[in-house]
Design a binder for this molecule. Sequence first.
Ligand SMILES: Nc1ncnc2c1ncn2[C@@H]1O[C@H](COP(=O)(O)OP(=O)(O)O)[C@@H](O)[C@H]1O
Ligand SMILES: [Mg+2]
Length: 256
Amino acid sequence: MKKMLNVDSISVSYGNIEALHEVSLHVEQGEVVCLIGANGAGKSTLLKAIVGLEPLTGGEISYEDDIIARRAHENGKKGIFKGHREGLLRTDEIAGRGVALVPEGRRVFADMSVEENLDMGAFLVRDEGLIARKKEEMYDFFPILGARRKQKTRSLSGGEQQMLAIARALMGSPRLLLLDEPGLGLAPLIIQDIFEKIRIINEEDGVTVFLVEQNARLALNASNRGYVMENGVIVLSDLSANLLENEKVKSAYLGE
Ligand SMILES: Nc1ncnc2c1ncn2[C@@H]1O[C@H](COP(=O)(O)OP(=O)(O)O)[C@@H](O)[C@H]1O
Ligand SMILES: [Mg+2]
């Protein structure tokens, strides 16, 4: 297995508040890795840092042997970093390398149709024929989206919108899929459907998955390895099967 994503001792701050403190983790090609932690632990901040949406105050992130983000040079003034993307990759460039984020709360475009949302996901694809084929692939994989392709996205249920958010991310044929709480606010049966799709995306399409979840049981059951984050710090990491048996995880996250 090849190390695909390497997060090396990164820190991220919002003003004077440090949201991530020297976080290190890695994802190898082909794996499903999860990150669990309570609300406010810093999970979404980590995903945003990986795709270049939050500047680092320390550490660096590499993807397939290239550094994609690192601490910026200080501008002299405390807390202000000049050109933090200087020499590094912008969010669209990181997407172009094959990293796609399905953001928390789905963030689909409510006033656009299902099809238009998928077109947005293909913004880096120049080949019209490929875009059309990818859309058909998505409609086969998520038949409910095919049935509703002309409908406004706001008329979709939460589960359907989550499927659309995942399909939109897949339009660019990513090799690393980052998922931020795909189960949030959905009914258990819908969550099962979505996690089954995630399994297929990984096992059959070979997409590497990094999954962030508050729902620890769900995430650990769906992954090979896991990390536990508390207050911006990684406090545990192990095979998911071991974390499911870990006494601390059981009492703090599994309600046992
Ligand atoms: N844009 C922001 N501005 C200020 N503080 C933020 C911002 N986003 C997140 N935070 C704070 O950073 C911490 C981590 O948040 P977040 O990464 O969203 O956690 P999680 O995804 O694990 O719930 C929380 O204390 C949150 O309030
Ligand atoms: Mg979050």
